[in-house]
Design a protein around this ligand. Structure first.
Ligand code: ZN
Length: 214
């Protein structure tokens, strides 16, 4: 009997020991998980180089946007004159939503067959580029409110996400306004004949346009 009890006691103390070890392991694991979650924050701060901080003073760091100084360039989506939707070596074209890009390329080909040569004046834009356009528009129209009728806030522009294109010249705009729905492309703003988005099915009906002045 005595031996039996001792054996039982020994077994229960072994089990208690195992329970403590298990608790320590899970506690360590929990701490590791918490510290792993917290780690990205300091990395983000470090990625802003001190050299670029004075320039972007008053603005938040622009995530994955290029951090170069000076005016926006090709890396920000600035396109040269006569850019075709097939010029996929340019970031402004390459970073478009693939479905939108395909539709615009098809429209360009169909337009060409009708004797009209279109160009993409803007496709994808970086946040930096959008910010500069808005600042220019504020200078031009004299107020932020008026400027916002023509240029969206960086956080709201569909160009930033690659879901909008601006097309020129005007005969190409008129052609696309009439025929864009064949490719799913529609004008989305009453005051911008050049701005198109993929907002219907090929052959579908375009939704009513937004009036940014209202
Ligand atoms: Zn646009």
């Amino acid at each position: 009997m005595i031996t039996d009890r001792r054996r039982r006691e020994r077994r229960s103390s072994v089990l208690a020991g195992l329970a403590i070890v298990a608790a320590v392991i899970s506690l360590t694991a929990a701490c590791t998980a918490v510290s792993a979650q917290k780690e990205p924050a300091p990395t983000k701060t470090q990625s802003v180089s001190p050299r670029t901080q004075p320039v972007s003073a008053g603005r938040l760091p622009t995530g994955s946007a290029p951090t170069h100084q000076g005016p926006p360039n090709a890396e920000d989506g600035v396109l040269p004159d006569h850019t075709s939707a097939y010029d996929t070596s340019l970031p402004g074209i390459a970073k478009l939503d693939p479905a939108l890009l395909k539709a615009v390329q098809e429209a360009e080909t169909a337009m060409k067959a009708d004797g009209i040569r279109m160009q993409v004046t803007t496709g994808w834009r970086s946040k930096k580029y959008q910010e500069e356009l808005l600042e220019k528009a504020i200078r031009k129209y004299g107020s932020r409110k008026k400027a916002l009728e023509y240029v969206a806030e960086p956080d709201q522009s569909h160009h930033i996400t690659g879901h909008a294109v601006d097309i020129g010249p005007t005969d190409a705009d008129y052609w696309l306004d009439r025929n864009g729905n064949r490719f799913g492309l529609c004008r989305t703003y009453t005051n911008e004949i050049w701005h198109f988005e993929l907002v219907t099915q090929p052959g579908g009906t375009c939704p009513p346009m937004t009036d940014p002045t209202k």
